[in-house]
Design a binder for this molecule. Structure first.
Ligand SMILES: [Zn+2]
Length: 367
């Protein structure tokens, strides 16, 4: 069973290949070829052909437990397509430049598809896109992405959920979404559930999968049975589910979105981070179980007391190398609190906790 740890907290070792070029077939997932290129910032940049004219560039995400972003490149006779881009920071930019050059991709003939608004996926799109590029982006995420007050709303919501005021600005400054987003927002071609993107021999169906973000989009190639899962379903780590607004029941949406893709006929799942995998159903079963266990843990932390989300997060178990909650980096406290809120909203919708919003700080108790 794959290890189930939070996307933002999981830290494990990735085995690195050292050959400069090799044809490999990792049972049970076959890829066509792997090329490694030395990156000047000390990272080995891995590019592999996953399927005919479909490549993965591993974009390094230094100091992030995610390790890399999987950028998928379709090389076609007409327009090329790149799915997801990496953070807007030099090390990612350099990796993408080298990967694109190695694959001999002409950016003036390249379009982009961004699975969701998070900066590790969207960060470089403004810099990579040319005047002729179409940038496919979720209509729902675009509304949030475009909203100047989004961060302010999140901070206000964190504060009423018990996040200490003196830590809030530090949490924001350390948030990768704040640091590494595109500096300007390009013009998007907005997409909705069911839209089709055709590229070479591939026909990609957009599947709206709210949860990780409200507008998260997966892509499904029905004939070739390939599923691009973005951060909706990851294999080695558990997608981070957070909620920063009362009206958003992110975990409920997430569970429903897992059900939505459960019965797809899939031969290979190509996720936004870490390893490819084949058994989509089994992984979804694990993820659903994981969140039910976490929800039960929240109830256990509450016990008979009334607590705010920040204190509940402090009482939960996290896969992080820290002695105590006080030692957590403030950015990790932020992610933990967002995850606790998502579980509390879910439990409230299931009538298992009651929220008390009569004071400045919102608290919860079990029913
Ligand atoms: Zn991601």
């Amino acid at each position: 069973m794959a290890k189930s740890i939070s996307e933002f907290f999981g830290i494990g070792n990735t085995v690195r290949l050292t050959a400069s070029y090799s044809i490999v077939c990792f049972f049970p997932i076959c890829v066509l070829g792997i090329r490694l290129i030395e990156n000047t910032q000390g990272y080995l940049l891995m590019i592999e052909e996953v399927r005919d004219r479909l490549y993965r560039i591993e974009v390094p995400l230094p100091n992030s437990p995610l390790k890399e972003l999987n950028s998928y490149v379709f090389k076609a006779d007409g327009r090329n397509l790149i799915i997801d881009t990496g953070f807007n920071r030099d090390v990612c930019w350099e990796a993408m430049q080298k990967g694109i050059a190695a694959l001999d991709i002409d950016l003036s003939k390249t379009d982009f598809m961004i699975t969701h608004m998070h900066a590790d996926h969207s960060g470089l799109v403004t810099r990579l896109a040319t005047k002729t590029s179409t940038i496919y982006f979720s209509r729902i995420d675009a509304k949030v992405f475009d909203k100047d007050n989004n961060w302010k709303d999140m901070i206000d919501y964190a504060q009423i959920n018990g996040f200490p005021a003196d830590e809030l600005m530090k949490a924001l400054q350390n948030h990768p979404g704040f640091k590494y987003s595109p500096k300007t927002i390009p013009e998007f071609h907005l997409i909705d559930d069911g839209n089709i993107i055709e590229i070479g021999d591939y026909r990609l169906k957009c599947i709206s999968t709210p949860g990780h973000t409200q507008g998260h989009i997966c892509l499904y190639e029905e004939n070739k049975k390939i599923f691009f899962s973005g951060d909706h379903v990851l294999y080695d780590i558990t997608p981070h589910i957070e909620s920063w607004a009362y009206k958003i029941n992110a975990l409920k949406y997430y569970m429903e979105s897992l059900d939505k893709v459960y019965n797809l006929q899939v031969e290979i799942v190509l996720p936004g981070h870490r390893n490819f995998f084949t058994d989509l159903k089994a992984r979804i079963d694990e993820l659903k179980e994981h969140h039910l266990i976490r929800a039960a843990e929240v109830l256990g932390v509450l016990g008979k007391e009334e607590k705010n989300a920040y204190d509940i997060a402090a009482g939960m178990t996290w896969d992080i190398d820290c002695e105590s909650w006080n030692d957590f980096p403030v950015a990790q406290k932020w992610f933990a609190t967002g995850e606790a809120i998502a579980h509390l909203h879910y439990l409230e919708s299931e009538d298992r906790v009651t929220r008390n919003a009569r004071q400045d700080i919102v608290t919860f108790r079990t029913n």
